[in-house]
Design a protein around this ligand. Structure first.
Ligand code: NAI
Length: 300
């Protein structure tokens, strides 16, 4: 089968000045896409900033013979999102792919968390993804095509100590992804999310003996396939770590269904059955959950 190429496509990679985003940006360019490399260029906690991180990646892309422009706006405001998308329009006249990857960490156990730590992390990860995607989405609707890839995390999907702000934002991105998938499906627009594990400056103190396996460039092939027009996935979340790729999904147990009285005591009595994962289903949208309810009630 032919290689997966991106000739004629324009990709925006937020936080593309380092870590995972840099690998995605370089690989898009190697495969023929023109790339907007966005990066605020701050520290891992989001402080400071300079466009030079993005510019350095643009130079790497140009050295490979690719085409790219740098953008130093923050994703964390509606104006920043618009400016990032506008830089794609100004340089290349179009946008086809948005990879929301920019991120910061402000870890703290929840009882010590400040408003600033909550707000800054949600602004960059969650609101930032909405802000960058929104102007691109309007273009996608006009052109009846487009791809969004959001960067979630097992910290949200599974929960990780000390990351209430980050985990909430990352799980929020899953909801965002699924709604985009539902809204875009009829127009050929797709949205998916990844939950990566990789050795970057963000994780260098956390991964211990696993670190060697976890090169950031081993996440990028999943992003390339999700971004490619031949990929059928929509509204899904994929785990990627050191060459292992798998799918996360939301399952619903068969549970119990009481036709008669339901009380706190019947819930207690049914608890094992409610939690029994045998025969779970994986609804793809609320209608599929409702279909199960109707069938439980004998109306389906
Ligand atoms: P990184 O710190 O190397 O990359 C994040 C990039 O985002 C940095 O270059 C930073 O300057 C940029 N950035 C931060 N705030 C920004 C803003 N407001 N506007 C534009 N750019 C901004 O870290 P890494 O690991 O490459 O992270 C990339 C994404 O992957 C993040 O969303 C992170 O949460 C996510 N992730 C990473 C994991 C890992 O194991 N490395 C695990 C799960 C998720």
């Amino acid at each position: 089968m032919a290689d997966l190429g991106f000739d004629g496509k324009v990709a925006i990679v937020t936080g593309g000045g380092g870590g995972l985003g840099r690998e995605h940006a370089l690989e898009f360019a190697r495969r023929g896409a023109r790339v907007v490399v966005n990066d605020l260029g701050g520290a891992v906690d989001g402080t400071g900033g300079s466009v030079s991180a993005a510019q350095a990646v643009v130079q790497e892309i140009e050295a490979l013979g690719g085409e790219a422009v740098a953008n130093g706006d923050s994703v964390a405001s509606i104006a920043g999102g618009e400016a990032i998308v506008q830089s794609a329009i100004d340089a290349f006249g179009q946008v086809d792919i948005v990879v929301n990857n920019a991120g910061i960490l402000r870890d703290k156990s929840f009882h010590n968390m400040t408003d600033e730590q909550i707000t800054s992390v949600i602004d960059v990860h969650l609101k930032g993804a909405l802000y960058v995607t929104l102007p691109a989405w309007k273009l996608f609707r006009e052109q009846n095509s487009g791809v969004v890839i959001n960067t979630s995390s097992n910290s949200g999907l599974l929960g990780n100590f000390g990351q209430a702000n980050y985990g909430a934002a990352k799980m929020g991105l899953v909801g965002f992804t699924r709604v985009l998938a539902a809204e875009g499906a009829k127009r050929g627009i797709r949205a998916n999310a990844i939950a990566p594990v990789a050795l970057t400056r963000m994780t260098e103190d956390l991964l211990g003996s696993m670190a060697e396996q976890l090169e950031p460039k081993r996440i990028t092939p999943l992003v390339m396939y999700l971004a490619h027009e031949s990929c059928p996935a929509n509204g899904q979340v994929y785990s990627a770590a050191g060459g292992t790729i798998a799918k996360f999904f939301v399952g619903l147990t068969q549970g119990t269904s009481r036709g008669g009285e339901i009380t706190a005591e019947t819930v207690r009595d049914d608890w094992d059955e409610i939690n029994n994962e045998d025969g779970y289903i994986v609804p793809q949208n609320p209608a599929e959950e409702f279909a199960k309810l109707l069938s439980n009630w004998g109306v389906g």
